[in-house]
Design a protein. Sequence first.
Length: 226
Amino acid sequence: MRVVRAAPNLRELTTEKLRDAIGTLHFKPGQRLVERVLCEQTGVSRTCIRESLMQLKAEGLVEQVQNKGLYVAAVSLDEARQIYEVRAALEAAVARMFVERATDQCVDALNNAFLRIQDVVERPDVMPYVTAINDFYDILLDGAQNNIAKSVIHNLFARINYLRIITSKKSSREYELQGVLNLKDIVTAASERDGDAMAKHCFEYVNRSSVFALQVLHEKEALVAD
């Protein structure tokens, strides 16, 4: 959690550290974020922490509770549904851009990222899998060469990671292996430069994830209600 002071932009690096901590559930949904404690953990000033928290609040990862302070925002069932709707539409479009614009080296990098996903998908620790998936999407977004699409998806990454983590902990081996096969279809379409097929497989992959994630969240909300 400590921030390297030699960073060219300390506030941005601090924001990234805190964002990652939320995405990896180091800070859990509903947990209060105390500036003094965060200063001790990161080694940066209270002003820097405050600015970073305001950025995370703007991204929807942190919420202000009246008269109580700042808390890690939880992803509700309806918010998750909206996130997956945006992802399905945007990632299908990104897939077509990737086919049109990505270099052969980028296609090879996407395949290598997929192989890393295969290597870690069955590990008991879900974080290597989440990291590998994020690397896969970073390459996909870089190859699409659309900075606006990249920015929109990156702003959702922490909440997407939260959803990936809770679903990975609930999913069966068969479910995860089927997801790997879906990603393989995406990589195959990219290698064949088939934009329609790649967009179709991206859309299906997100929709499949959506169905399972919403089921998991529904069960969690039901438990809370009880």
